[in-house]
Design a protein around this ligand. Structure first.
Ligand code: NAD
Ligand code: ZN
Length: 389
């Protein structure tokens, strides 16, 4: 089959690789019909997650049709249409039973190494290297899905691929981020990053009772999409974020702050531009927690800082003193997607919410390498790419 494979930093290509086969009784094979590129893929693309190997298949936001199931699978059948959550979870360990699927004790045999040595996910993740279980990703024609009775979300209504695809990751991730905030009715929620995750966090904050949502980024199309989601916006290149947030909240600061950016700001524009390369390098070396620091600084006393943005390894310069003395609550994590699957599918089915608004680019899988570049560099108004194998 054809698949998008990682060859090195900034280098992905379409390769011919063996078709996946059933390896365990609980596996299913899915023929992928739609598959998205995520900000988390950019950490691999940019080489920030250092555990990819040449030829690894990328992608963790897929959906498609079940074409084969293992002997042990009872919930799925050939022909079922499914969305596949990015977190691989066994469904029966201590953590999965608590709805903490992204802490699954079983799905990643390298959990100890991933977590203790590299500061990475203890649960298996699709398309996220051998350190995270070695599962090939879904930017491919076919995908092997382990624990097929646990993760895949069956789609039985006539919704389009784009309406349900983001149940794989960014919709539950944005919702989880807002949920972790513990929003009280009327709260002001500030969201750093208007990428796909930030966009979903903005809409989710409203669903969970926010009274005001402020969104921060510098990419005009992304700020406009945040405004369409009824957020007030701050362009961090034109305006001092701290000053503006204080002005907006009469000096108190937002009640809830969401860092939907993470360890590296991909907002640095074209990587081909020397100036931007230097800025990125400086940011990587000295300032990996820039957004987190700003959120801690801005958040009101006894407020909550929620962190869906991905951090890996150790991060310097986090003002713990201010956080402690302000009485802040920190909540974060890789999303336990499975916990939210049914309730968020219901929101889409009922027409309450349609996540497909975020899609700006639709391309065949073959154009994956260009799509990565366009998405990373935020060119052509790119906010979310859907690839069709
Ligand atoms: P993205 O790269 O498309 O978006 C990030 C946005 O942040 C960009 O629009 C960029 O311009 C903006 N930004 C950069 N620096 C900023 C700053 N200083 N202030 C405000 N905005 C800034 O990525 P995405 O797909 O939206 O994902 C966002 C983050 O969420 C990534 O770190 C990704 O890995 C993470 N993520 C986490 C989970 C999870 O389970 N927790 C799931 C999916 C994605
Ligand atoms: Zn993702």
């Amino acid at each position: 089959m054809r698949a998008l494979c990682w060859h090195g930093r900034g280098d992905v290509s379409i390769d011919y690789v063996p078709d996946p086969i059933i390896l365990e009784p609980g596996d299913a094979i899915v023929r992928v019909t739609a598959t998205a590129i995520c900000g988390s893929d950019l950490h691999l693309y940019d080489g920030v997650v250092p555990t990819m190997e040449y030829g690894d298949v990328l992608g963790h936001e897929p959906m498609g049709e079940v074409v084969e199931v293992g002997k042990g699978v009872t919930r799925l059948r050939k022909g079922d249409r499914v969305v596949v959550p990015f977190v691989v979870a066994c469904g029966s360990c201590f953590f999965c039973k608590r709805g903490e699927h992204s802490g699954c004790d079983v799905s990643n045999p390298n959990a100890h190494m991933a977590l203790e040595l590299m500061g990475q996910s203890p649960a298996g993740l699709f398309g996220y290297s051998h350190m995270m279980g070695g599962f090939w990703g879904g930017q491919a024609e076919y995908l092997r899905v382990p624990f097929a009775d646990v993760g895949p979300i069956k789609i039985e209504s006539g919704l389009s691929d784009e309406q349900v695809l983001f149940l794989s990751d960014i919709f539950p991730t944005g919702y989880f981020a807002a949920d972790l905030c513990g929003i009280e009715a009327g709260d002001t929620v500030a969201v750093w990053g208007c990428g796909p995750v930030g966009q979903m966090a903005i809409r989710s904050a409203w669903m969970l009772g926010a009274g005001r949502v402020v969104a921060i980024d510098r990419v005009p199309e992304r700020l406009r999409m945040a405004e369409a989601g009824k957020a007030e916006t701050i362009d961090f290149e034109e305006t001092q974020v701290y000053d503006r947030l204080m002005e907006m909240t009469r000096g108190r600061g937002p009640d809830r702050c969401i860092d939907a950016v993470g360890c590296e700001a991909h907002g640095m524009g074209s990587m081909d531009a020397v100036v931007d390369r230097v800025k990125t390098a400086v940011m990587l070396a000295t300032d990996r927690a820039h957004v987190l620091r700003e959120a801690i600084r801005c958040c009101r006393k006894f407020g909550t800082v929620s962190i869906p943005g991905v951090y890996v390894g150790e991060v310097d310069n986090v003002p713990m003193g201010a956080a402690m003395n302000k009485g802040l609550t920190f909540r974060m994590g890789q999303t336990p997607v499975q916990r939210y699957s049914q309730q968020l599918l219901a929101k889409i089915e009922s027409g309450e919410f349609d996540p497909s608004f975020v899609v700006t680019h639709r391309l065949p899988l073959e154009q994956g390498p260009e799509a990565y570049k366009t998405f990373r560099d935020k060119k052509d108004g790119c906010i979310k790419v859907v690839l069709r194998p």
